[in-house]
Design a protein around this ligand. Structure first.
Ligand code: GDP
Length: 542
């Protein structure tokens, strides 16, 4: 089957936010208005569409980074879910790597929150164009202008308002569209699916005129012709404004700000319009960096179907209906199910079996995937998060994702031999899915040590072990005799007896320990405790 949408008509975008700002609610409304989700439920009563796992619903957080395909104004939207909790910053990073643009959702009452700052910085790092949605305008204490000021003060962003709110708190009715200079108001029927365009309320006319000038001036900065026309007294028309805002977003010249209340079904359709109008398509992204597999030289791929095929695996998860699936983004070329590809990151062959497009309520089998697509592959054998899959005859390794070192650890002790076996299988799988979750065995105590990015991160893994894999185990602090702190960068070169069931082999190990990097310092400490390294061989130990 040929491609149904041109590359220019794709929007691969994420919704980023501090926890509780309304990311899940906004996503759910998007899926409702785009017609793929038939049920709007309270996000925390188990009806949320993006949160698949029970524990996510119970805890009210989104952990997984699934992608969902939907359609708006004939454009194909892939929403890449990004978690909002600080322990999952790594998940946010990996999502940011595969999306082309983002919607940053703020709580209208809270403004820019700590995790908003973190994700904003990450989005800056990956150069992600974004628009801002000030949500919860119906909430007591909601203050749109304070949120706009926060974007300047807290994240050094450049907000430009495309809308102003009409009313606030329980009188919030809708928004003023500063491009059309009309008011958009939502009725309470049909969950906000219908809205009307009316004249701007008289008491807001001056404010609207003031902010319209700011918007127009920010726009004409993008284009000399538009600027000279403006100086001659000609304002850009709506189509020109859209084009100039699109340019501004892609150049990161400013961040358009919209507002609404996802929960009260107000403001989501114009937000979808903004995604379509201003966020980039995969074609806008330009060349994709990689390393040629054979020559090891830097190389680039263009985002077109005519190029050799390459894609990046960015998330592995269990689907209740399909089993293990690997979410991949196609960066160049196209791929058919049944094709043999190379996992160039591991130099392993893979066969592409079933390919699925994940919609809100169903999984669609597809035979082909094209540049820009985000598909879920079932049945891959050796592919891990961050790996490149590509055409074996023109192999490339796409730019790698960065995974930070874990910072905390716990010990698990299975209660029986059967639990031990289940634990082994489960941990191998969990570690393959999540590169910032590490598993090791303490040589001295024999304990299984789990390391992760924070308490919640590890709590969730333990929950999965218990619920999904039925492992009965005690969880606690690792049994360590003592801890040592390294004070300076230290090169370690030592010979130790390998713990290989008493065969008595000796192994030489070399590594460098950097103090002030808690992850690495920690890891080394447990090795000292493992008894393999005599203290006197370690310079720099306090
Ligand atoms: P997430 O953690 O960012 O995914 O946030 P959720 O979508 O789960 O929302 C957190 C809480 O805020 C839930 O209780 C929602 O019902 C509520 N909420 C979300 N959007 C709005 C809104 O527009 N107005 C109000 N008043 N509450 C909202």
């Amino acid at each position: 089957m040929p491609r149904t949408h041109a590359i220019e008509d794709y929007r691969n975008f994420g919704i980023m936010a501090h926890i509780d700002a309304g990311k899940t609610t906004t996503t759910e409304r998007i899926l409702y208005y785009t017609g793929k989700s038939h049920k709007i439920g309270e996000v925390h009563d188990g009806a949320a569409t993006m949160d698949w796992m029970t524990q996510e619903q119970e805890r009210g957080i989104t952990i997984t980074s699934a992608a969902t395909t939907c359609f708006w104004r004939d454009k194909r939207l892939n929403i890449i879910d990004t978690p909002g909790h600080v322990d999952f910053t790594i998940e946010v990073e990996r999502s940011l790597r595969v999306l082309d643009g983002a919607v940053c959702v703020l709580d209208g009452n809270q403004g820019v929150e700590p995790q908003t700052e973190t994700v904003w910085r990450q989005a800056d790092k990956y150069d992600v164009p974004r628009v801002v949605f000030v949500n919860k305008m119906d909430k007591i204490g909601a203050d749109f202008f304070k949120c706009v000021a926060d974007i300047i003060d807290r994240v050094a962003g450049k907000p430009v308002c495309l809308q102003l709110p009409i009313g606030a708190e329980n009188t919030f009715k809708g928004v003023i569209d500063l491009i059309k200079m009309k008011a958009i108001v939502w009725g309470s029927e049909k969950l906000g699916a219908e809205f009307s365009e009316v004249e701007i309320p008289a008491d807001l006319a001056d404010q609207a005129a003031e902010y319209r000038v700011k918007l127009v001036e920010a726009c004409v900065e993008m284009d000399d012709d538009a600027m000279s026309a403006y100086l001659d007294g000609v304002e850009p028309d709506a189509a020109t404004m859209h084009r100039l805002i699109r340019t501004a977003v892609q150049r990161r010249a400013f961040h358009p700000v919209l507002c609404g209340s996802a929960f009260k079904n107000k403001g989501v359709q114009p937000l979808l319009d903004a995604v379509v109008d201003y966020l980039p398509s995969p074609a806008d992204r330009g060349e994709i960096k990689g390393i040629d597999f054979k020559t090891e030289e830097e190389t680039v791929r263009r985002p077109t179907d005519a190029e050799p095929f390459s894609m990046l695996a960015f998330k592995i998860m269990d689907d209740p209906h399909v089993g293990t699936i690997t979410f991949c983004r196609v960066y160049s070329g196209k791929i058919e199910s049944g094709a043999n590809v190379l996992n160039s990151s591991r130099d392993k062959k893979e066969r592409v079996g079933r390919m699925l497009l994940m919609h809100a309520n169903n999984r669609e089998d597809v035979k082909e995937a094209f540049t820009g697509d985000i598909v879920a592959l079932a049945g891959l054998k050796d592919t891990r998060t961050g790996d490149t899959l590509c055409d074996p005859s023109k192999a490339v390794i796409l730019e790698k994702m960065e995974f930070p070192e874990p910072v905390i650890e716990i010990a698990v002790e299975p209660k029986s031999k059967a639990d031990q076996e289940k634990l082994g299988i489960a941990l191998a799988k969990l570690a393959a899915e999540d590169p910032s979750f590490r598993v090791s065995t303490d040589q001295e105590s024999g304990q299984t040590i789990l390391r992760g990015m924070g308490e919640l991160h590890l709590d969730i893994k333990v929950d999965i072990l218990r619920r999904t894999y039925m492992v009965d185990a005690n969880i606690g602090q690792p049994q360590v005799a003592y801890r040592e702190k390294l004070t300076k960068r230290t090169e370690i070169d030592y010979t130790h007896k390998k713990q290989t069931g008493g065969t008595g082999q000796f192994a030489r190990v070399k590594f460098v320990v950097e103090p002030n990097e808690p992850g690495k310092g920690f890891e080394f400490a447990s090795k000292i405790i493992g008894g393999a390294v005599p203290k006197e061989y370690i310079p720099g130990v306090e």
